[in-house]
Design a protein around this ligand. Structure first.
Ligand SMILES: Nc1nc2c(ncn2[C@@H]2O[C@H](COP(=O)(O)OP(=O)(O)OP(=O)(O)O)[C@@H](O)[C@H]2O)c(=O)[nH]1
Ligand SMILES: [Zn+2]
Length: 344
């Protein structure tokens, strides 16, 4: 199959070909309790899942002729949330994680930092989306405040109501990561994820969500938890509002989410400085002279404690998925794509 395949709209390339011959490639668009909705070159179909496999939205899979989902291809990235029990994969093979924050609610920077750590840990590129810009009088100030808590992540303000910011957001989510980049929206309930997803999908969302009047069955009318190919290119996954987001062994993600603190820490007298009360601590010195907010250090301590505690009970397979050579490979291939201007 070439990239001219209908699946190319969903981000498919040769690396996602099933390893078992005779299996048809597809991508999981939705996971239900007993079956998966999978899109293949011939359209969507429902698939039973082979025992022992745990596909999630965004997975590339191999389908047998009888509709059995028989193989899950290795994940290039995985957005994993820790929760009391087993870690949960929220989305797989995403290029961008959009942390959605409402401008009409009280700004909870701690939650933004937590989601950004999760996003960095996934192997994807984080973006912060400030929604409901039409309801806020001080968008620029909030954007500055969020930027200070989001080193390395662009911050884009949008309004689904008046359409402002949607084009820059599209460019941020889908420009530059190859032919059909996949973005996932994460954030608390009410942040405006679904409204934003519908705005990005335009009319096509309504078309695929229509309930058939004749038998009343049809498809789900919402885009929740579903993966969608956007009309202008790109793939979008919406997630339900996340109430409790635990970090699951996300120490690398925490490091990246606090990159400016890590940078300062290189000047601490002790290599293993915890920035609590050590002499010669460059991080605490920066707090004292006003160059770094105390809040950032407190957040870092909190997230690090949590991440380390969970790391002690980590699942090595998940870790490999998030950190494996695959990630480096996909970066190299993206670079190659940019340089050559197309998939050779
Ligand atoms: N004024 C304004 N309201 C918006 C905008 N985007 C979303 N809203 C409103 O905010 C509310 C919550 O939006 P949703 O899209 O349902 O939020 P969500 O993040 O998907 O929430 P969950 O489904 O609970 O996870 C709805 O009443 C929307 O109409 C916007 O850009 N401007
Ligand atoms: Zn220190």
């Amino acid at each position: 199959m070439s990239t001219a395949s209908p699946l190319a709209r969903y981000g498919w390339d040769e690396r996602f070909a099933p390893r078992t011959t005779d299996l048809v490639p597809g991508r999981v668009v939705r996971v239900d309790r007993s079956a998966c909705e999978v899109v293949t070159g011939d359209g969507r179909r429902s698939a039973r899942v082979r025992r022992g496999l745990e596909p999630c939205t965004g997975d590339w899979v191999g389908l047998a002729e009888d509709g059995l989902l028989a193989e899950v291809l290795p994940r290039r990235t995985a957005l994993v949330r820790g929760s009391g029990g087993a870690p949960q994969v929220l989305a797989a093979n995403v290029d961008v994680v959009a942390v959605v924050v409402s401008l009409s609610a009280r700004l909870a920077l701690g939650r933004v930092e937590r989601l950004l750590a999760l996003a960095w840990e996934s192997g994807a590129r984080p973006v912060v989306v400030l929604t409901k810009a039409d309801l806020s009088a001080d968008v620029a100030d909030v954007a500055d405040e969020v930027s200070a808590a989001a080193p390395g992540a662009p911050v884009v303000a949008v309004s689904a109501t008046d359409g402002s910011g949607l084009d820059p957001l599209r460019a941020e989510l889908f420009g530059g990561s190859g032919p059909a980049a996949t973005a996932v929206l994460v954030g608390p309930s009410g942040a405006g994820k679904s409204t934003l997803a519908n705005a990005l999908l335009g009319t096509s969302a309504l078309a695929t969500g229509d309930v058939r009047a004749s038998d009343g069955k049809g498809r789900h009318t919402t885009v929740r938890r579903e993966l969608h190919a956007l009309p202008g290119g790109g793939v979008l996954i919406d997630t339900p509002g996340l109430r409790a987001v635990g970090l699951h062994a996300a120490d690398e993600g925490v490091r990246q989410a606090f990159a400016e603190v890590e940078e300062l820490a290189r000047s601490c007298r002790f290599a293993d400085c915890a920035h609590v009360a050590e002499p010669g601590c460059a991080v605490l010195a920066a707090v004292d002279d006003g160059g770094l907010e105390r809040r950032r250090v407190d957040s870092l301590h909190e997230l690090r404690r949590e991440s380390e505690w969970l790391a002690s009970r980590t699942d090595p397979r998940l870790r490999a998925e998030r950190r494996g050579a695959e990630r480096a490979m996909s970066k190299a291939q993206r670079r190659m794509y940019r340089e050559r201007g197309g998939w050779g």
